[in-house]
Design a protein around this ligand. Structure first.
Ligand code: DQA
Length: 145
């Protein structure tokens, strides 16, 4: 059976395409979903692609992934820098997680240099724009072999 990957996007990523395009690029979240679906097809994965502006909803989706997914890609957006609940949920479910950031958070404001999620993630990809999602899916497909 095809391995299932849950792709989660945090707050404000619904505005991609118009949101600070100099930092986040011109691609919309729909473009990211299309890229993820194409990549998943190439890799023989199935994906469930979601976005929420609410921390608790992301936590619930991570918890539900225990029964519905084999791995998770997450761009926690601003919650990367503030949330304890998201890494706790990741540790609770025990699934391999790839953390993605479109921008290179280490080149930006100091408050973006630390992500609480990273300690719970298998790996982190940042600075490659939407290609980061593709790289994350490739890395997880290898891990799930
Ligand atoms: C982001 C980086 C975060 O610092 C920011 O809050 C975001 C997006 C990124 O993809 O580069 O919303 O996760």
């Amino acid at each position: 059976m095809a391995k299932r990957v849950l792709v989660l996007n945090g707050p404000n990523l619904n505005l991609l395409g118009t949101r600070e395009p100099g930092i986040y690029g011109a691609h919309t979240l729909k473009d990211v979903e299309t890229l993820c679906k194409q990549t998943a097809t190439e890799l023989g994965l199935t994906i469930d692609f979601r976005q929420s502006n609410h921390e608790g909803e992301l936590v619930t989706w991570i918890q539900d992934a225990r029964k519905t997914a084999d791995a998770i890609v997450i761009n926690p957006a601003a919650y990367s820098h503030t949330s304890i609940a998201i890494p706790d949920a990741i540790k609770a479910v025990g699934l391999p997680v790839a953390e993605v950031h479109l921008s290179n958070i280490h080149q930006r404001e100091a408050f973006r240099h630390h992500s609480y999620v990273s300690a719970a993630a298998l790996g982190v990809i940042c600075g490659f724009g939407v290609t980061g999602y593709r790289l994350a899916l490739i890395a997880l497909a290898e891990k799930l072999k």
